[in-house]
Design a protein around this ligand. Structure first.
Ligand SMILES: C[S@@+](CC[C@H](N)C(=O)[O-])C[C@H]1O[C@@H](n2cnc3c(N)ncnc32)[C@H](O)[C@@H]1O
Length: 453
């Protein structure tokens, strides 16, 4: 794997929380960024959304832009390789070190193996950090020796995919998809994903392909090789595209022209699928129960110069008796398919969440089914790789609701128009998109297009 660019050194205000221990770091901004990375990793492991919360905290935002970029890049690399790094640490020590020195070893190794940080800087900053705290100081020599030893050994051996992901997920994926596919899914974690953009129409996609260093990969998705702040990219201000993983665009891409049709997006934020429905000509109602997240839908609508009726409401208690030609339920889920973009999800997800969320999805499906006009479409999607949140859910729904049937996805259409792999179309005509079934990867998704009779 090629080493991603690391952030250049720069100044910036010291972070008050990070600097609250004995030694001042005013002259050592490299340490501040590394401490921030340690905080992000710890937050990601503590709870779901921990990474995002820590990454938007006042303490983190007080760092300079390049420190934040370095900290994020380092933390994400560690989370991508956590299982592999821990395996190496276990091999190099007689007894697994406690959490604090283990965390230091992980960031040291990630810099050596996967970043453009000179080896001596990776070792010396890690050792300096070890020196600063009582609970890591005794391990300074061990950390130094392990990192130097790994540099002498000259890189990583082949990775065993099983070690990349938590064991409970590995066992689930192996049982569901077989060992080879489970390996492919796990290996997708090691690739830093490119940015996928969904365009409002094909003319705009073609016009911006070159400036965005993009590749059209099916439907209205362009995969851009650019990095950095998307707000500076060609077409952002003109509102001709929005960021959306190739797989996330598929549920709406399955639908034809929606001119003159009505649609309701039940769980809309941040709005990628709402925008797609609008671009297809539908008149759209967008719901989300999170005020903050609904704000992002509204910002996107403004930038794209679209308008939709938005409601901040729990979908199960939305008091409205209209029926729609299209009901889209992109349901809350364990999000285990999104781990390559959000490697923190892997380490925060818990097996118990899968069954809890499956109950929520069951209730939501029943609640929204009545909103589908006779002859209309119900599109159910989750960015989960777990069958309980996909196939099992839809099978049970169809058993309970005899007035719904599957609008089977045509394999030739999926391949030719959407750039999907034929293996992603199930025997029932649903889609089970696996991360490694697209060159360069995609989010794992389940999609079923159902019709009300
Ligand atoms: C998977 S995300 C949706 C992504 C979105 N469809 C898109 O393509 O940009 C799930 C969303 O469901 C919302 N949500 C969860 N439970 C909900 C409920 N009971 N009613 C309404 N929205 C809900 C969450 O706030 C979250 O924004």
């Amino acid at each position: 794997m090629s080493k991603p660019r690391s952030a250049p050194k720069s100044g910036g205000k010291p972070n008050p929380r990070i600097l609250d221990d004995a030694e001042t770091l005013d002259n050592d901004i490299g340490l501040r960024a590394r401490i921030a990375a340690l905080d992000l990793i710890a937050a990601a492991q503590t709870k779901r959304n921990g990474f995002d919360e820590a990454g938007s905290s006042a303490e983190f935002m007080a760092l300079s832009e390049s420190e934040r970029a370095f900290a994020r890049a380092l933390a994400l690399l560690v989370l991508r390789r956590l299982g592999q790094l821990d395996f190496i640490i276990a091999k190099k020590t007689q007894k697994m070190p406690p959490d604090a020195p283990k965390a230091l070893l992980r960031i040291g190794m990630a810099q050596i193996f996967f970043m453009q940080v000179p080896d001596f800087a990776a070792v010396s900053t890690t050792v300096k950090l070890a020196e600063r705290n009582n609970n890591t100081r005794p391990f300074k020599g061990l950390i130094n020796a392990i990192l130097r030893g790994l540099i002498r050994e000259g890189g990583l051996k082949d990775v065993n995919p099983q070690r990349l992901v938590p064991d409970w997920l590995w066992q689930r994926w192996k049982a569901t998809y077989g060992e080879e596919s489970a390996g492919g899914i796990a290996m997708a974690l090691t690739e830093e994903p490119a940015t996928d953009l969904t365009f409002r129409d094909m003319d705009a996609l073609k016009a911006h392909t070159e400036a965005l260093e993009g590749e059209a990969i099916g439907g209205l998705t362009l995969r851009s090789n650019l990095r950095g702040d998307v707000r500076t990219w060609s077409g952002y201000d003109d509102g001709v595209w929005w960021v959306q993983d190739a797989a996330a665009a598929i549920p709406v891409a399955l639908l034809g022209d929606l001119t003159g049709k009505t649609a309701i997006d039940i769980c809309a934020a941040p709005g990628g699928k709402t925008l797609q429905l609008l671009a297809k000509g539908a008149q759209v109602v967008a719901l989300d129960r999170s005020k903050n997240r609904l704000k992002r839908v509204e910002e996107n609508l403004t930038r794209l110069k679209f308008s939709a009726e938005t409601h901040c409401v729990d979908a199960e208690s939305f008091d409205d008796d209209r029926q729609f030609d299209v009901v889209l339920l992109d349901a809350p889920c364990s999000a285990t398919g999104t781990f390559r973009r959000q490697p923190d999800v892997l380490w925060a997800a818990k097996p118990s969440e899968v069954s809890k969320l499956a109950d929520v999805q069951h209730r939501m499906l029943d609640a929204v089914a009545t909103r589908v006009k006779p002859g209309g479409s119900l599109v159910y999607a989750t960015c989960s790789l777990e069958r309980e949140e996909g196939e099992t859910q839809v099978l049970a729904f169809l058993r309970r609701n005899k007035d719904f049937t599957t609008a089977a996805v045509d394999t030739a259409f999926a391949q030719d128009q959407l750039g999907l792999d034929a293996r992603d179309v199930t025997a029932e005509g649903w889609l089970r998109l696996l991360p490694h079934h697209r060159k360069g990867g995609q989010d794992g998704f389940f999609v079923a297009h159902l019709k009300r009779l």
